[in-house]
Design a protein around this ligand. Structure first.
Ligand SMILES: [Zn+2]
Length: 135
């Protein structure tokens, strides 16, 4: 199976909502987490058993699921400023953001689990999500 086919099969297998949640969780931490959550591992295990595929580890998961769940655009890397949650002004509700442009990531909220904060951090983003945000 190609990575595209794996994505399509996985989405079919777990359903659209769970698929979106899976992808967004995979990329929600800045920098990216260095391990999968237990529920993500379980889901991948069930899926790969069902489709008779080799188990998908974190590194492969990032290679396979590198497309925006909303727009299906290939995700890109960027380095963006870290900002205080309070200083982010937004015309959009959180629900709208989740539904239409969950991977814009034009900046990163200061909720990192670390003691000292750099000014910038690497994020993964979707071009189409950012386009939506600019409108
Ligand atoms: Zn997108």
């Amino acid at each position: 199976m190609t990575t595209g086919e794996i994505r399509t099969s996985f989405e079919k297998y777990v359903g659209n909502d769970k698929y979106n949640h899976f992808i967004l969780t995979l990329y929600e931490a800045f920098p990216l987490r260095n391990r999968l959550f237990f529920w993500q591992e379980q889901l991948l295990k069930e899926f790969t058993n069902e489709y008779d595929l080799e188990l998908i580890e974190l590194r492969q998961a990032h290679k396979i699921f590198n497309h925006c769940p909303v727009h299906n655009y290939e995700l890109k890397n960027d380095n963006v400023p870290i900002v205080d949650g309070n200083s982010i002004s937004s015309n959009f509700s959180n629900e709208k953001e989740k539904e239409f442009f969950p991977m814009a990531n034009v900046n990163a909220p200061r909720n990192l689990e670390r003691f000292s904060y750099p000014k910038n951090v690497d994020v993964i983003y979707c071009d189409k999500c950012r386009e939506f945000l600019k409108q």
